[in-house]
Design a binder for this molecule. Structure first.
Ligand code: TEU
Ligand code: CA
Length: 535
């Protein structure tokens, strides 16, 4: 039997480099900062770092607009720093997973500059042009088509207009992408997180963006031409993933990707058919149903990723937990809920200390292009400023991007200078230094969950069974040939009645005392535990 790939029993930590650790006082995180914090990450126990883009970029979308795939942006350091990071991480058993952004480039990429200047150049066809604009919209508001006066043609940009879309129909462009991937593979990285990869098979003339007809053909070609023979982690960002199409990406026999990120839970507190800014109350029953549904994947022919947070999403403790009175307890509950499931867990920087959203009171405090564009568009359409700020505070991407809180000083130990985005003032109470000193901290909870993932096969290969409970409680069993576990979580800020037939043999982790008799128990607000049962 073939050896299991390393990423099935791994936990990945996501770093947003601009906000992780500054070392030269310019207020911007850098590669030396990550190197400085590797011991901290090793202490936490993670297996790999997903590093958000550090390539040369004008920074219109914080690095998701790349001008040179084979150079490091000077604000983050040099290629020598990058090589050092890969080397130093490897010494600590940590792999580096690079962010691969190849649905689009920056408008400052030499390919696009050439494409615009010389319509006869090969580079022209690396991008998507049209004589007329159709109804496609940019994810960052407005039309997805930008008119180029000189050429008398429109180019496609599914994101900002400074992020022109690449034309994957062009084989020479695909070759260029495989070459740049191999450049990074040769440096000894451990994987790629593939930005909006579901869009590369787009057919803009038919207004098809995600899941175009040639998408999987391209991914199979990519697999063959790049990482196919390596023990490599590849995770696709796929907003349109379903139970039906996830196996198309992640069935090992199809030779595409290791797994995808699916985002179904992120839609549960959004009004149906509306944009993410249009919020509604979370229905706990729906949350349970979605989490349970993704556990029904055929894990022999597919794989799942587990995450609450990333650099595009609000902080989970503020979103589904309680970032006031019950911050610690609800953060631990959400950790248990997710890390008890089957799949590969991802932790976003700061999640392990329960970092919260960071409200603003005016658009001047907002850095993110997505929120700023939405604000302008909706203001022009007659929305009220207060409502837009409220929406940004609930859903804006800056919530996740405020600097990492290392200690309780004014700039949270992130920088000695002016941070590029304001530090959350709650760094006085919520910070790494405090968490390391408190044996009951959220940090040690995450550390324990990571250790369990490494030690206990059942988390990786055990079956999943959702148990009948009140809507406000999620309880499930995991079971393999050797072992049987019970996970119970009170999702709410109120006491919940629990009635389960299970007999606990050993409590593995809990954020409240575990009731003696589960047949007739009361679980306090946000109470949660993982226990081993008699087999
Ligand atoms: O995100 C893809 C994407 O669709 C997001 O823009 C999403 O619509 C939004 O953030 C939800 O809040 C990826 C990256 O993760 C994101 O940071 C980039 O801005 C985007 O691609 C463009 O590269
Ligand atoms: Ca810096």
């Amino acid at each position: 039997q073939a050896k299991e790939p390393w990423w099935k029993q791994a936990v990945i930590y996501q770093i947003y480099p601009k906000s992780f650790q500054d070392t030269n006082g310019d207020g911007i995180g850098d590669l030396q900062g990550i190197i400085k914090r590797l011991d901290y990450l090793q202490g936490l126990g993670i297996d790999a770092i997903w590093l958000c883009p550090v390539y040369k970029s004008p920074g219109v979308d914080n690095g998701y607009d790349i001008a040179d795939y084979e150079a490091i942006d000077p604000q983050y350091g040099s290629m020598a720093d990058m090589d050092e990071l890969i080397r130093e991480a490897k010494k600590r058993g940590i792999r580096i997973v690079m962010d691969l952004v190849v649905n689009h480039t920056s408008d400052q990429h030499p390919w696009f500059i050439e494409a615009r200047e010389h319509p006869d150049s090969p580079e022209h066809d690396y991008y998507v042009w049209a004589d007329k604009a159709n109804g496609l919209r940019s994810m960052f508001s407005g039309s997805a088509w930008e008119y180029d006066e000189q050429l008398g043609q429109y180019y496609l940009h599914l994101f900002a207009k400074q992020q022109p879309d690449l034309n994957w129909k062009n084989p020479a462009l695909r070759r260029k992408v495989y070459d740049l991937m191999n450049f990074w593979i040769d440096k000894g990285i451990g994987g790629f997180r593939m930005d909006v990869i579901e869009l590369i098979g787009k057919q803009p003339e038919k207004e098809i963006t995600a899941n175009g007809p040639k998408l999987h053909e391209y991914l199979q070609e990519m697999h063959r031409e790049t990482f196919g023979d390596l023990d490599f982690l590849t995770v696709g960002e796929t907003w349109g993933a379903t139970l039906d199409n996830a196996p198309l990406y992640s069935d090992p026999d199809r030779k595409e990707l290791s797994m995808v990120f699916q985002f179904e839970f992120t839609e549960l507190d959004t009004q149906k058919g509306k944009e993410k800014w249009d919020t509604r109350q979370l229905d706990y029953g729906e949350l349970k149903a979605v989490l349970a549904k993704w556990q029904r994947l055929d894990f022999k022919h597919s794989w799942n990723s587990l995450f609450w947070n990333n650099h595009d999403l609000p902080r989970i403790v503020s979103r589904f937990g309680d970032d006031g009175q019950y911050r610690e307890r609800s953060a631990k509950m959400l950790a248990i809920l997710l890390h008890g499931l089957r799949g590969t867990p991802y932790i976003y920087q700061g999640e392990e200390i329960g970092m919260t959203n960071c409200p603003v009171s005016s658009i001047d405090e907002v850095e993110d292009i997505e929120a700023r564009r939405m604000y302008q568009e909706r203001l022009a359409q007659g929305s009220r400023k207060e409502d837009l700020i409220k929406a940004i505070n609930a859903r804006g991407r800056d919530n996740a991007r405020t600097p990492m809180q290392w200690d309780g000083s004014a700039s949270a130990g992130f920088t000695t200078g002016q941070p590029w985005l304001a530090v959350n003032p709650n760094c006085r109470e919520i910070n790494v230094a405090q968490a390391l000193e408190d044996p009951d901290s959220i940090y040690y909870f995450y550390k324990k969950l990571i250790a369990l993932r490494h030690q206990e096969r059942i988390l990786t290969d055990g079956s999943f069974e959702l148990l009948e409970t009140a809507d406000g409680v999620m309880a499930y069993r995991r079971e393999n040939a050797a072992d049987k576990w019970l996970i119970v979580c009170n999702l709410t800020g109120k006491e919940q009645q629990v009635s389960l037939p299970d007999k606990v043999k050993e409590v593995l982790l809990a954020n409240v005392p575990v009731p003696e008799d589960l047949g007739r128990a009361v679980l306090p607000a946000y109470g949660a535990f993982i226990a081993r049962l008699e087999k």
